[in-house]
Design a protein around this ligand. Structure first.
Ligand SMILES: [Ca+2]
Length: 508
């Protein structure tokens, strides 16, 4: 094992929560877009991530960290508030953007500011400045916040100075998000990831196109890792590296088949590394279940800030007695034109998914994904030719099972659904009970509006999508079917041309 396992609470944080402003740590929260456990320190072949490897060696590597939703905005909403997005009506992607968050919920930066922290959004050192907020309630990047007329989450943008201490900085690594820049980054890389060396998950057909796409994705992971290195170097230069904790995560799984948008591990299980010389004991590998909402709770604790009752997480690093979870619960609801409702429970050994809309297939022909997942076109073609089998064919099924149960120890890729296996009936019941208990203790607004939803667009629109893209952008479709890398700008143009002027989707 690469890292020593240290389970005892030897976190060198005595005194971290002293009220004295000067003694409290600065905290930087890095969020890489749309990325699975695709770092060298998590064992991903072919990619080199020396900076994140070093952070893990000098700090903590969490092996079982989960998001509350596998899509950007509901996931980010949960982190910004510190509890499940389903509790404050933020479960549907890009919904409620003009409404204040309902009482008593508040963005957690409000409490950080009250505790004397300077809150900074973005960084001068990352691609496109990394200022994404993307929450499903009314926000403004900077300015005051009262939740009525003012909705500013941060105090300033991009640049930290020693005078900002104690500070909290949130930085998005946009480069790993699919976009026009992927081709450019690969073409300019001095060490492009080897197409021959990449290893695809078993549900993606191994072809030259899918391999190339995976390699290009890993190139952006390497670019992002370099950004992390520059950020850490800047801390050192400014003399801030000895009193700063840096947390690194991804905001949801990779933008590929069964990744972003899915409640399988490839959608919800994310990398998480915590680094802080003198504040975080080096070399820890945590095998327990944690969620990103635990990070929110931890930051408030370390800051000595108010911790509202609705937080569903617990402090998990930099404290003497970290509290880990028995299970992670995640939810998937509406994403663009696809109405969907699924819930998952993940323990250290098992994963349970309840599909409340099993009639919606995994390949739901969502426009955004049709135009941002080259592999789907390769696989549709192979399916039509009768050349798919096993996990790849299963992914292309016309519907989903109502329940899924996987043994994560024996079947980490979640290929063998045990939900109807009598030998696992007891396990299934146990997992169902976790979900039932959660639902009876909490008001899940995504379950409450099921059957009464009015998505921005309808399934009918979704059914027309493929024909629409083919008809409206035949050249683009040809390239998609050829397995070329996607160009997001083309997608935006297609989408904007397709929709009525007053109902533009906001998918990026
Ligand atoms: Ca994302």
């Amino acid at each position: 094992m690469k890292y020593a396992l240290i389970f005892t609470a030897l976190l060198a944080g005595a005194g971290l929560c002293r009220a004295d402003k000067a003694d409290r740590p600065n905290i930087i929260w890095l969020m890489s877009e749309d990325m699975g456990l695709d770092l060298e320190c998590y064992g991903m072949p072919a990619v080199k991530t020396p900076n994140l490897n070093k952070m893990a060696e000098e700090g903590m590597l969490f092996k079982r960290a989960y998001v509350a939703n596998p899509i950007c905005s509901p996931s980010r909403s949960s982190m910004m508030v510190g509890c499940s997005q389903t509790l404050f009506d933020a479960q549907h992607h890009r919904s409620n953007r003009d409404k204040p968050i309902p009482e008593p919920y508040k963005p957690f930066t409000v409490f950080l500011r009250d505790a004397g922290y300077t809150c900074i959004l973005g960084s001068e050192y990352v691609y496109s400045y990394g200022q994404k907020i993307d929450c499903n309630f009314k926000t403004e990047p900077t300015g005051p916040y009262d939740g009525v007329e003012n909705f500013g989450l941060f105090d300033k943008l991009n640049v930290i100075t020693p005078e900002d201490q104690p500070f909290f900085q949130q930085i998005q690594h946009k480069v790993t998000h699919r976009g026009d820049w992927w081709n450019k980054i690969r073409s300019e890389s001095e060490h492009p990831v080897s197409v021959e060396d990449v290893v695809l998950p078993p549900w993606i057909t191994d072809t030259p196109e899918t391999r190339y796409d995976w390699a290009a994705y890993l190139d952006t992971v390497e670019y992002m890792d370099n950004e992390v290195g520059i950020i850490l170097e800047d801390l050192k230069t400014k003399g801030l590296d000895q009193n700063t904790i840096v947390v690194f995560i991804a905001d949801n799984g990779r933008c590929n088949l069964r990744g972003k948008g899915y409640l399988h591990e490839s959608g919800t299980h994310i990398p998480m590394i915590v680094w802080g010389p003198g504040l975080i004991e080096p070399g820890q590998v945590i095998e327990d279940i944690v969620m990103t909402t635990d990070i929110t709770a931890t930051i408030l604790k370390l800051a000595g800030a108010e911790m509202p009752d609705y937080l569903d997480g617990n402090p998990i690093f930099g404290v003497e007695n970290p509290v880990y979870r028995e299970y992670a619960r995640s939810a998937r609801d509406i994403w663009d034109e696809i109405d969907e409702c699924s819930r998952s429970i993940t323990t250290r050994k098992f994963s349970y998914i309840k599909n409340l809309m099993p009639e919606v297939p995994w390949d739901a022909h969502q426009a955004y994904l049709d135009l941002n997942r080259p592999a789907i076109h390769v696989m549709r073609k192979l399916k039509a030719e009768g050349k798919l089998s096993g996990a790849q064919l299963a992914y292309m099924a016309d519907s989903k099972p109502p329940e899924e149960l996987y043994d994560l120890e024996k079947d980490p890729d979640q290929l063998n659904n045990l939900a109807t296996n009598p030998e696992y009936a007891e396990v299934l019941q146990h997992m169902r009970t976790y979900e039932e208990q959660w639902e009876s203790a909490n008001h899940d607004m995504g379950l409450a509006d099921l059957g009464k939803r009015v998505p921005e667009m309808t399934m009918e629109w979704a059914a027309q999508t493929e024909a629409g893209v083919k008809k409206r952008a035949p050249d683009l479709w040809k390239r998609l079917e050829a397995g070329e890398l996607m160009e997001t700008q083309q997608f935006k143009k297609y989408r904007d041309d397709r929709q009525p002027k007053n109902k533009k989707s906001k998918t990026k």
